[in-house]
Ligand binder design. Structure first.
Ligand SMILES: Nc1nc2c(ncn2[C@@H]2O[C@H](COP(=O)(O)OP(=O)(O)OP(=O)(O)O)[C@@H](O)[C@H]2O)c(=O)[nH]1
Ligand SMILES: [Ca+2]
Length: 479
């Protein structure tokens, strides 16, 4: 006997936690989804982001234990967000990106110690810890691409197409552009097949469709490392005897003092330090966009290409294809400069003139206008804006027309654009290779279908009746 209940059943919600241990800082994300819809596309969403105070985990190479301790506050926050009875079943993953890739190249045993320290903290939490590891640049690109296409609903087939499988649309996916502090990724489905270099080629089967995806991660070309590359290249080209350098990528009146040893302490910048007769670099801004662009250009080597086409440094890049979503620092910088609009993209010439005007503004004026923005961020928007233009226009070849296909996005719905959601979807097997069997119709669809069938039946009966029992008036009219 069926028992009717008026009370709705309690929602069966599941949770998952991912820590994004980036080069500049760590973010903890909490995701949730209805348990019964686990394999549907587009049901997982972010309910919390917690920004870990202090450095990225790779910044604790001098005191590795602190890398673990730094995560405690956000782990506590996660315990408040996830209901206590579900702590034990909630998976936690930590993925480290370019900062840890660089530290591993520099000193493997210190990098391992940092990872052990964060593992210790995560093991001692009440959640179901699933591991902490350094993810590859390919994975970072791939999971970013999966995240945005999952959130944009690009893997979804319209319901009615389930009945007509041969008509299934091959609706396009969106490419993904991620700009971090230490690396940057470009990932998209190219038109051209096959992909010329194996290390840039990924294959996925998702929801019953095959995707051949191009991806590349440029280590050292995140915006913090790119600034170091630029400064090292400027230093090499200059004849300064005392370490004073005019820098067109900073505002007029801006001054920054840097230790030369800090500039040369990672594998992105090979040697050169020994020859310098000074220990500090005195940067003096002069806010000249054109010159800034020229100096940045020097960090992209376009002199050789062993493929049919390349981005820079001899790396294969097929012709750009389709729409692109640009996130992380692409978004932070463009958003600060008011160059992100929901609907129409801002044309490339307008972006260029905005960055140019911003760079030329005196530092004291900029500081007075944005007193609440961290000085580190504020002072670098001129460099970052110019770097983004160089990378996208000269590095990847986004022309004035192609520029219009880029959308700068921070969030999609409630979820941040980034690699973490895709990483979790993959590790929890939430994106099936094949399309899950279609569920029975929802109540609304059932009622709709019934009404439609009834109307068709009435129309058929009426037509039949009219054919065989023509009313006299109609018969007369026909003669
Ligand atoms: N303006 C601004 N800059 C930010 C913000 N958050 C991070 N950044 C900077 O933007 C750059 C990229 O930040 P993220 O995307 O978090 O980079 P990351 O994940 O630490 O670095 P990777 O390991 O290379 O991916 C870094 O230079 C950060 O210092 C923000 O809220 N506003
Ligand atoms: Ca990142």
């Amino acid at each position: 006997m069926a028992v009717s209940q008026n009370k709705p059943l309690p929602k069966n919600i599941k949770y998952g936690i991912v820590l994004d241990a980036g080069s500049s800082h760590t973010n903890l994300y909490v995701y949730e989804w209805p348990a019964e819809k686990e394999n549907d596309t587009g049901v997982v969403h972010q309910v919390e982001v917690c920004k870990v105070e202090g450095l990225g985990i790779s910044g604790y190479s001098q005191d590795t234990e602190k890398a673990g301790l730094s995560l405690q506050q956000c782990m506590k926050r996660a315990q408040e967000v996830v209901p206590e009875q579900q702590h034990g079943e909630t998976p936690v993953y930590l993925g480290a990106t370019a900062g840890m890739r660089l530290l591993s190249l520099q000193n493997r045993s210190i990098a391992d110690r940092v990872l052990s320290a964060v593992e210790k903290t995560l093991h001692s939490s009440p959640f179901n810890f699933q591991g902490a590891r350094v993810i590859s640049g390919q994975e970072e690109g791939a999971y970013g691409w999966i995240t945005i296409n999952y959130l944009l609903g690009n893997f979804k087939q319209p319901g009615w197409l389930n009945f007509l499988p041969h008509l299934r649309s091959s609706r396009g996916t969106s490419g993904a552009l991620d700009l971090g502090g230490a690396s940057t990724q470009i990932t998209f489905v190219p038109d051209q097949e096959p992909i010329e270099s194996q290390e840039n080629s990924l294959h996925f089967r998702l929801y019953g469709k095959n995707y051949n995806v191009y991806t590349h991660s440029f280590l050292c070309y995140g915006k913090d490392q790119a600034l170091r590359l630029k400064l090292a290249s400027d230093l090499q080209a200059s004849s300064t005897r005392n370490g004073s350098l005019l820098d067109p990528c900073f505002h007029p009146g801006y001054l920054r003092i840097m230790n030369i040893s800090d500039l040369y302490t990672n594998p992105c910048i090979a040697n050169g330090e020994q020859q310098l007769p000074f220990t500090q670099l005195h940067l003096q801004g002069n806010g000249d966009y054109q010159r800034c662009r020229t100096t940045i250009q020097k960090i992209f080597n376009t002199s050789h290409c062993p493929y049919s086409s390349c981005s820079f440094n001899g790396i294969f890049l097929p012709p750009l294809q389709g729409e692109f979503g640009a996130f992380s620092a692409f978004y932070f910088v463009m958003n600060f400069l008011n160059l992100t609009t929901e609907k129409n993209p801002v044309p490339l010439d307008k972006v260029t003139s905005t960055v140019e005007r911003f760079c030329s503004r005196p530092w004291h004026e900029v500081k007075a206008e944005f007193p609440k923005i961290k000085e580190k961020y504020l002072s670098e928007y001129c460099f970052s804006g110019t770097y983004i233009l160089s990378l996208l226009e000269n590095g990847y070849g986004f022309t004035t027309e192609k520029w219009e296909s880029i959308q700068f996005l921070g969030k999609i719905g409630s979820s941040d654009a980034g690699w973490t959601l895709g990483y979790m979807l993959n590790l929890t097997n939430m994106i099936p290779a094949e399309k899950p069997p279609t569920r029975p119709l929802s109540h609304a669809s059932y009622v709709g279908l019934m009404v439609f069938c009834s109307l068709v039946l009435v129309a058929v009966l009426l037509l039949g009746w009219l054919t065989f029992h023509k009313p006299k008036c109609l018969q007369k009219g026909l003669i």
